[in-house]
Design a protein around this ligand. Structure first.
Ligand code: SF4
Length: 500
């Protein structure tokens, strides 16, 4: 019995699509979910994982499988359905899991034979049993699994083409940001794997660099932080010897012991969701955690950098409070905190989030020709009608923001600042190279955006104003014609991390 587990191509992060993307290996990591599914697939199955983000195979030249399993973030959904159609056309049954299929169940069931919703570990054996007995159901409800029983992934199945291995230590997030689907998918209870299992699994990873894919590695409460310290101590004792990156909240740098242990355990970088430069913005998305009394983001960043952990700040652009000038506000905030790199994403309503519900009820989902338009839900394209910014204005803000942060003088200043702070030159080359790649990606994103039609997105506030004063038609025409201006000089740095 032959099983293909496929991670569909994501048009903006695929290494195979654009030659220049070869510098962007850090933007992809091994598809962990499929590697876990491979582990729990019985040995009578011959399992192959195909990651289209590394290479799209000639499917006609491959042996015919008995089952295809697909996973997909929202941005991969249209490609996933295309693959499903191709394999189903050949009589091969297709099962699909992952966050998008869970949140758009009706759509997914139209396109594949069986959908596994939620966390798939418990439901997958049932799918295989039902297939063997010819009774495949349309929907399998995985729910939330007992994380202590999640087995180690098959790290041996994908050996080349990646800068990063991947591992998961926790699921869920105690916070509840309105734009994020983690709580809806993995629950708001912070669940963690037994530390011994995590340490043992680390030893199975071949890559020297590892992405810990947890949405929030350290959590927020004292108990969470104590568990993170225990994990780092165990990794130090076991001499894991890997260099790893993680996603955390702004609290990490507030506990020097935690930072020291993380660094000793191999942490060299952390992506931190700053999200908005203003308290109004943080209130809007329910990230009040970033407004805690007495917190000092600059001091937290410095603490992490002192221990050799680079800070990458992530901001969202296009919130309802964001007006022209938001790009400069983001740069000012990032510079004042002294972060090492900056990610700016477009506010993207993902299915399953409160943001989606709100925007959909207000008729503001502008890229809404589904499933084709899902490919724009990468965080790197405008997809909704933003309150005060047309698509063109948003892209203008975006590019000016990134160009300003990644100007050559500022890159040099960050590098020299790090050298002076640490009194080490070579240790800071990573920062320099990362910043130069970010800068270079502005051009790559120009290519990607050059074929993107910006005429669909108008400023929602302008439309509402037009409705009220009866000038709707004129406003629409004005903003549409303005948005048809060539945007080939615009770009941004996409990341799909937040969707995880
Ligand atoms: S954005 Fe981050 S902090 Fe907020 S709910 Fe999602 S995972 Fe948690």
């Amino acid at each position: 019995m032959r099983l293909y587990l496929i991670n569909p191509l994501n048009p903006t992060v695929s290494l195979s699509r654009v030659k220049e993307n070869r510098f962007n290996k850090y933007r992809i990591w091994k598809p962990l979910g499929l590697m876990i599914i491979a582990r729990i697939t019985p040995p009578e199955w011959d399992v192959t994982i195909i990651d289209e983000n590394v290479r799209v195979p000639d499917y006609d030249s491959l042996p015919r499988p008995d089952l295809v399993g697909l996973t997909a973030f929202t941005s991969q959904a249209s490609r996933a359905y295309l693959l499903a159609s191709m394999f189903r056309g050949k009589g091969v049954p297709v099962a699909m899991g992952g966050i998008h299929a869970t949140m758009r169940l009706a759509e997914a069931t139209e396109n594949v034979n069986a959908v596994v919703t939620g966390e798939a570990e418990d439901a997958w054996p049932e799918v295989l049993d039902d297939l063997a007995s010819g009774r495949l159901s349309q929907v399998y409800n995985g729910g939330l699994v007992d994380i202590e029983r999640v087995p180690p992934a098959r790290h041996d199945l994908l050996s080349t083409g990646y800068a990063f291995g991947s591992i998961q230590t926790t699921r869920g997030c105690p916070l509840d940001c309105s734009f994020c689907s983690v709580t809806a998918f993995n629950g708001n209870r912070f669940r963690w794997r037994p530390i011994r299992q995590v340490v043992d699994e680390f030893k199975l990873i071949k890559e020297n660099l590892v992405l810990i894919v947890d949405d929030n590695l350290i959590g927020t409460s004292r108990k969470h932080i104590a568990r993170a310290k225990e994990l780092f101590r165990a990794m130090i004792d076991a001499k894991i010897g890997k260099r790893w990156m993680c996603q955390v909240t702004t609290n990490m740098g507030e506990d020097e012991e935690l930072v020291r242990l993380a660094a000793q355990a191999g942490c060299f970088g952390a992506l931190i969701g700053f999200e908005s430069p203003s308290n109004d913005g943080l209130m809007e998305i329910n990230k009040k955690y970033n407004m805690r009394k007495g917190q000092d983001a600059r001091s937290s960043c410095r603490t992490m950098q002192r221990h050799g952990i680079g800070v990458s700040a992530s901001f969202i652009m296009g919130l309802d409070v964001d007006k022209p000038g938001i790009g400069k506000q983001i740069v000012d905030r990032a510079l004042s905190c002294g972060v090492d790199s900056l990610n700016v994403t477009m506010m993207t309503p993902f299915p399953g989030t409160r943001l989606w519900d709100t925007m959909e009820s207000q008729g503001r989902i502008a890229a809404n020709s589904f499933p084709e338009d899902w490919k724009y839900y990468t965080l790197g394209f405008p997809v909704a009608n933003y309150m005060h910014l047309s698509w063109r204005e948003l892209l203008d803000e975006w590019i000016s923001c990134l160009r300003s942060f990644y100007s050559y003088p500022r890159i040099l200043g960050r590098f020299l600042g790090a050298v002076l702070r640490t009194r080490k030159v070579f240790a800071n080359f990573g920062l320099l190279v990362t910043n130069l790649i970010y800068r270079r990606n502005i051009k790559l994103d120009q290519q990607i955006h050059s074929s993107f039609d910006v005429s669909r997105g108008i400023a929602h506030g302008a439309r509402e104003l037009g409705r009220r004063d009866g000038t709707k038609r004129d406003l629409l025409l004005d903003s549409t014609s303005e948005m048809r201006v060539d945007i080939s000089a615009q770009s941004r740095e996409p990341t799909d991390v937040s969707e995880l």
